[in-house]
Design a protein around this ligand. Structure first.
Ligand SMILES: O=C(O)CCC(=O)C(=O)O
Ligand SMILES: [Fe+2]
Length: 350
């Protein structure tokens, strides 16, 4: 169990792929402890190639180095309704009362053609990606290839983590397989400029304190720190220092609900006061949008009932979307800045 005031531990996930039953059991026990404690852990020893992690991070930097005008050609608010493409700096406020967040993003998901039933039926975040044109980005092919290979590799890892989560609940390893088939997941490339020295410390955020809405999130950090996790026992924010090759894994609100609040979806935030640009890539794994989530076995104490009604993944995730963009828009209107971008939506993917 991570002690009070200790950052999420780094667990060696290779035990999951090994034949060493006691090492595997230790991994399961460690993951369970983290899920009960604050819903955060880190993993090394996974199968996502280090080179692929580096390549996608390089693309993250190259994409945000494009001019604003070029990035706006794939603006997510004007080009589509399924949450793909570029998100402007200061579009979101996840923490009420703070300033619009100092981050810009680029949303990528499974390459879903317009004829796919998910797109036709307007399922959660489902449709074609929004890639910059080759005139803007001559090597866009390599960007697509790298991003989709990374997406596939990380969503495979998410499915393996779900197998471990099943074992933590004394369920068969395959318990989440049906839920994970036809799963929707979204990744976002994120760029956090360094906070200007004159910006008010207490109100400035790269991303405000929030919990994620999906099932699990797998986050890759570049070398610049800034992510913090709230430790309720110690009542303090803990730094999650970047470790090369490691993923930060956290449970989202859907997993907390599914486990009858036994497992924790925890508050986290980013504040970048490093003086350097920060880059990160979260992948939010939601699950099959039509799958019905109802209280998992082994998650009720003696005599305790299910706290929540059964709900589809899609409904749970959409219901969790906060009005953070609306909040940022309102803030800007009230500050007399006018609305940036056309019609930002009242939804957030976090
Ligand atoms: O950039 C990070 O380190 C965290 C991002 C995050 O929490 C989110 O996008 O939900
Ligand atoms: Fe998050």
């Amino acid at each position: 169990m991570p002690g009070v005031g200790e950052a999420p531990p780094i667990l060696d996930f290779s035990a999951f792929y090994s034949n060493d039953a006691s090492a595997k059991q230790k991994l399961v026990d460690d993951v369970r402890n983290c899920c009960l404690h604050n819903g955060f852990f880190q993993i090394t020893g996974h199968k996502v190639p280090f080179q692929l992690q580096q390549d996608i991070m390089t693309w993250n930097k190259k994409f945000f180095a494009l001019s604003l005008e070029d990035k706006m050609t794939v603006n997510k608010d004007t080009t589509n309704t399924w949450n793909r493409g570029y998100e402007l700096l200061r579009s979101q406020i996840l923490e009420e009362g703070t300033l619009p967040e100092l981050k810009e993003g680029f949303y990528i998901g499974d390459e879903i053609p317009p004829t796919h039933p998910y797109h036709v039926q307007k399922k959660l975040n489902s449709g074609p990606n929004m890639w910059p044109s080759p005139t803007i980005l001559p090597s866009v092919h390599d960007f697509q290839h790298t991003a989709l290979a990374y997406y596939a590799s990380v969503t495979d890892l998410a499915k393996d983590i779900l197998k471990v989560l099943a074992l933590t609940l004394d369920l068969p390893e395959s318990w989440f397989d049906e839920f994970a088939t036809g799963a929707v997941a979204t990744m976002r490339l994120l760029h956090y400029p360094s906070q200007p020295p004159d910006s008010p410390q207490k109100l400035t955020r790269g991303i405000g304190a929030h919990t994620d809405f999906g099932t699990i999130t797998l986050l890759l950090q570049d070398r610049v720190a800034g992510l913090q996790v709230f430790d309720h026992a110690a009542e303090q924010w803990l730094d999650v220092t970047p470790t090369p090759g490691a993923f930060v894994v956290n449970l989202g609100n859907l997993m907390m609900r599914w486990s009858n609040d036994r497992y924790i979806s925890n508050l986290h935030r980013v504040i970048n006061v490093s003086g350097e640009e920060r880059y990160s890539i979260p992948v939010f794994f939601s699950g099959n949008p039509d799958f019905v989530v109802e209280c998992l076995p082994n998650c009720r104490r003696e005599g305790e009932g299910a706290k929540y009604e059964p709900i589809t993944v899609e409904k749970a995730v959409l219901g969790g979307y906060k009005d953070s963009y609306g909040r940022a828009e309102r803030f800007k209107r009230e500050a007399g800045e006018g609305v940036v971008g056309a019609g930002a939506k009242e939804v957030a993917v976090a």
